[in-house]
Design a protein around this ligand. Structure first.
Ligand code: ADP
Length: 158
């Protein structure tokens, strides 16, 4: 059984995340989408809200399990027999951080990280950009799934 884990903040989930989830889910039998509960990072959305949004936008991908985890990615991975981590790579700016994290996680437990290149049509999407756009009164159509757009726009615009 091949089990993958795609960890992230998902604050909020975007079309870029959903693209990575869909492509990663096609490569394993179970894909955990893991919401990191990092108390030091100020989030616009609670873990419960993120979980509900991710469950909604992944409802048609049968092997995806949305979970939240409080500690280290590698702890969750060990407890749930995860074979590999998945991360998305947008641009060179992602590379240095991702490279360090992948090396640290491999050093800690031997787990490998597999990278999927961002879809060129979605590679510009980031949580920071979404927050900026909504703050200035523009809707997020084309950036996040339509089913969660009203909720996300309302929160980020207020
Ligand atoms: P983190 O705070 O852990 O980086 P994010 O939610 O920002 O969490 O990102 C989670 C993962 O999703 C990362 O691997 C990131 O590179 C990837 N990602 C974010 N936005 C996109 C996008 N537009 N296209 C592809 N991958 C993305």
């Amino acid at each position: 059984m091949s089990i993958g884990l795609f960890p992230g903040s998902f604050d909020p989930p975007s079309l870029g995340h959903v693209d990575i989830i869909r492509r990663a889910a096609a490569q394993c039998e179970i894909l955990y989408v893991g919401i990191a509960e990092n108390s030091e990072k100020r989030s616009a959305f609670s873990s419960l809200e993120k979980r509900q949004m991710l469950e909604r936008v992944c409802a048609d991908i049968s092997n995806v399990r949305v979970v939240t985890f409080p500690g280290l990615v590698v702890e969750f991975a060990k407890e749930h027999q995860v074979n590999f981590l998945i991360r998305g790579l947008r641009a060179f700016s992602d590379f240095e951080y991702e490279f360090r994290m992948a090396l640290a996680n491999r050093k800690l437990t031997g787990i490998e990280t597999l990278f999927l290149m961002a879809d060129p049509n979605l590679a510009h999407i980031s949580s920071t950009l979404l927050k900026d756009i909504a703050k200035h009164g523009t809707h997020l159509t084309g950036f996040i799934p339509d089913t969660i757009e009203p909720l996300v726009y309302e929160r980020l615009n207020s």
